[in-house]
Design a protein around this ligand. Structure first.
Ligand SMILES: NC(=O)c1ccc[n+]([C@@H]2O[C@H](COP(=O)([O-])OP(=O)(O)OC[C@H]3O[C@@H](n4cnc5c(N)ncnc54)[C@H](O)[C@@H]3O)[C@@H](O)[C@H]2O)c1
Length: 309
């Protein structure tokens, strides 16, 4: 199949490109390199089935493809808050452009949505039926509301134009090719530990997160894309095992052998206290569940950061 991956030079996108090429598909990677990089896909450039296009998804795109993975969007608060108007445009105009393309060429399209659509949840863990609690005017809203509006568009195209859509709500994912300086907690801790710098925790480090290793996530995304047409999602994809941020910091210290100190800073506004995916739908409908434990995934990620630092 001819498969378009927007945001294909980013962290998740580049792993998807690699996996789909490995399965013999013709892959078109589209990216504007805002947070992605050519080095993420450099190893794929010799493959005749791989093609790269510099393009911003807020502008229309005319290509012939069978499937679309819509992943273009900065994902870390530092980057999505850098130009919040552009972030909303990327989510909303990007979705409109990619859905328009999917409609024209009758392609199946999968949206990279996010657990951030649940906001700071009152329901724990979050099932897909939970509508969320998002502050629409806060500094995270450009991302959260942009992604919520993209989901709305996906379901309107499904109902109005009978498009084959799939919506994945991705929870915290980590692994090689995350950016070292994007403020996401796993990469932050590893980089600080490897550099022997203080490790920054917000609040008391008692807020919880669940961390999914990239290989598990890619496996879930491919299963969702291949699922029967009536399975539109949204489907939560993430690792339900919950850790406090403090536990993550301590495990990172242990695995890196670092002597960094833990330091505590005030909580940023709208920071969710708790985040845990409820993945029964993915288990029952896709036969999917994560298999890589945090310690194993962290070891692989630490090896990558040791190499690039
Ligand atoms: N990593 C996670 O834990 C996570 C969690 C939930 C959702 N997601 C979603 O998955 C997708 C990929 O996330 P990631 O972690 O790989 O982030 P990333 O920043 O590494 O990848 C995003 C890619 O999109 C590109 N991009 C940004 N704006 C663009 C535009 N206007 N036109 C074309 N390309 C553009 C960037 O250059 C980058 O290559 C995002 O949509 C994100 O919201 C990620």
């Amino acid at each position: 199949m001819k498969i378009l991956i927007t945001g294909g030079a980013g962290f998740i996108g580049s792993h998807l490109c690699e996996k789909l090429l490995g399965a013999g598909h013709d892959v078109l990677c589209v990216d504007n390199y805002f947070t992605g990089s050519k080095s993420n896909i450099a190893q794929l450039l010799g493959n005749p089935l791989f093609e790269v296009m510099r393009h911003d998804v807020t502008f229309p795109l005319y290509v012939e493809v069978d499937r679309i993975f819509n992943f273009a969007c900065p994902a870390s608060p530092i980057h999505y808050q850098f130009d919040p108007v552009q972030t909303t445009k990327t989510s909303v105009h990007g979705a409109i452009n990619m859905l328009g393309l999917a409609k024209r060429v009758k392609a199946r399209i999968l949206q990279a949505s996010t657990s951030e659509v649940y906001g700071d949840p009152e329901v724990h863990p979050q099932t897909e039926a939970y509508w969320g609690r998002v502050n629409p005017i806060g500094p995270r809203a450009c991302y959260d509301e942009g992604k919520r509006c993209a989901e709305t568009l996906f379901f309107d195209y499904y109902r109005q134009h009978k498009l084959q859509v799939k919506v994945a709500r991705i929870f915290n994912t980590y692994g090689p090719r995350m950016l070292p300086d994007d403020g996401r907690v796993v990469s932050n801790f590893i980089v600080q530990a490897l550099r022997g710098q203080d490790m920054t925790l917000y609040g008391e480090g008692t807020q919880t997160r669940s961390f999914c290793y990239i290989d598990d996530l890619v496996d879930g995304l491919l299963k969702l894309m291949d699922s029967p047409p009536d399975l539109t999602g949204p489907v939560n994809l993430g690792n339900p095992v919950e850790f406090t941020i403090r536990e993550l910091a301590e495990l990172t210290l242990k695995l890196t052998g670092s002597r960094s100190k833990l330091v505590f800073r005030p909580l940023p506004s709208d920071d969710p206290r708790q985040r845990q995916p409820e993945i029964s739908l993915a288990r029952s409908s896709l036969g999917w569940a994560p298999t890589v434990a945090l310690e194993e995934g962290l070891k692989r990620t630490i090896a990558y950061f040791r190499f690039i630092l």
